[in-house]
Design a protein around this ligand. Structure first.
Ligand code: GDP
Ligand code: ZN
Length: 275
């Protein structure tokens, strides 16, 4: 646990005493510090503003979906965005940004279509390079002293980005102790770093989200850019897959990114019918 400027190692009390809630990274808790070097104990988990299931992090202001130009996987990104949309509460929701890392390996023109597709979907898109520092100020401004989570495919550069921001911050304002500045390692569980008055969480990467379990009914609303056109579909309950006079399908490759539309159709076909 972190209180004022000190960290206190803690274990949860029996899970039943915590009303069956498993503590997650980012939780605010009441706790009793341990004595004589013993672990303290978490007494109560305070109400959460929001909670991500994957990765398990609570009270998030900004989720940064990290991709990399050398291993772009748009179906994986779109499925992750679907999960983020389904986990969003009506109130106290987090913002979502798409970060395209390793821009030092390509030029902006090759990413223009991808950028457009996600901006049309309402996401902030950040061109980034942990190698050159490109985008660091933009990302810092977006985090704005809140609680940010870096999530995405393994190898996309999440740890490099966290290291860059935290090291830069440490050099800029001397806000971090040397301990929090890390070397190279693999992230096996979510880790929290103090950053600019808030914090930034590095999380384990994922390679696939096949078992995401989102129903057909829920999918449509997760592609928020469809709403702009759906009112013009011939059928009010149009699924935007096979129906005639579908205004959403007509916009694929125009006002809606072609790959966004295609991924929607693929997810729809493999999703559970009733749920
Ligand atoms: P993570 O699994 O998402 O945490 O990814 P890492 O931060 O461990 O980075 C994976 C690999 O990509 C490492 O070899 C990094 O050195 C490399 N890498 C990270 N960011 C960049 C970048 O902006 N440009 C280039 N060229 N390589 C990068
Ligand atoms: Zn339609």
């Amino acid at each position: 646990m972190q209180a004022a400027d000190s960290a206190y190692p803690c274990r949860p009390r029996g899970i039943l005493r915590l009303d069956g809630v498993r503590p997650a990274v980012g939780d605010n808790c009441l706790f009793t510090p341990g004595e004589d070097g013993e672990d303290g104990s978490i007494e109560k988990i305070l109400p959460r503003r929001n909670a991500l299931v994957r990765p398990a992090v609570a009270n998030v202001d900004l989720v940064v979906a990290v991709c990399s130009v050398d291993m772009i996987n748009l179906p994986l990104l779109d499925m992750y965005l679907v999960l983020l949309e389904t986990q969003k509460p009506d109130e106290g929701a987090y913002n979502i940004a798409v970060l395209i890392n390793k821009m030092d390996l390509t030029d902006d023109d090759t990413m223009t279509i991808t950028r457009r597709a996600y901006e049309d979907a309402g996401y902030r898109v950040i061109y980034f390079s942990a190698a050159t520092g490109r985008g660091a100020d933009e990302l810092t401004g977006l985090i704005n002293g809140g609680a940010a989570v870096m999530a995405g495919q393994s190898g996309a550069g999440k740890s490099s980005i966290v290291n860059l921001l935290c090291n830069k911050n440490a050099m800029d304002v001397g806000a971090l102790s040397g301990k929090q500045v890390r070397g190279k390692h693999t992230t096996r569980h979510a880790e929290l770093f103090a950053f600019g008055g808030g914090y930034i969480t590095d999380t384990p990467g994922f390679a696939s989200l096949k078992d995401a379990g989102v129903s057909r009914g829920a999918l449509k609303g997760c592609f928020t850019e469809f709403a702009r056109y759906a009112g013009e579909c011939r059928f009010t309950d149009c699924t935007h897959v096979n129906e005639p006079d579908c205004a959403v399908k007509a916009q694929a490759g125009l006002g809606i990114g072609l790959s966004r539309y295609e991924n929607y159709v693929n997810f729809y076909k493999s999703a559970a019918v009733n749920k």
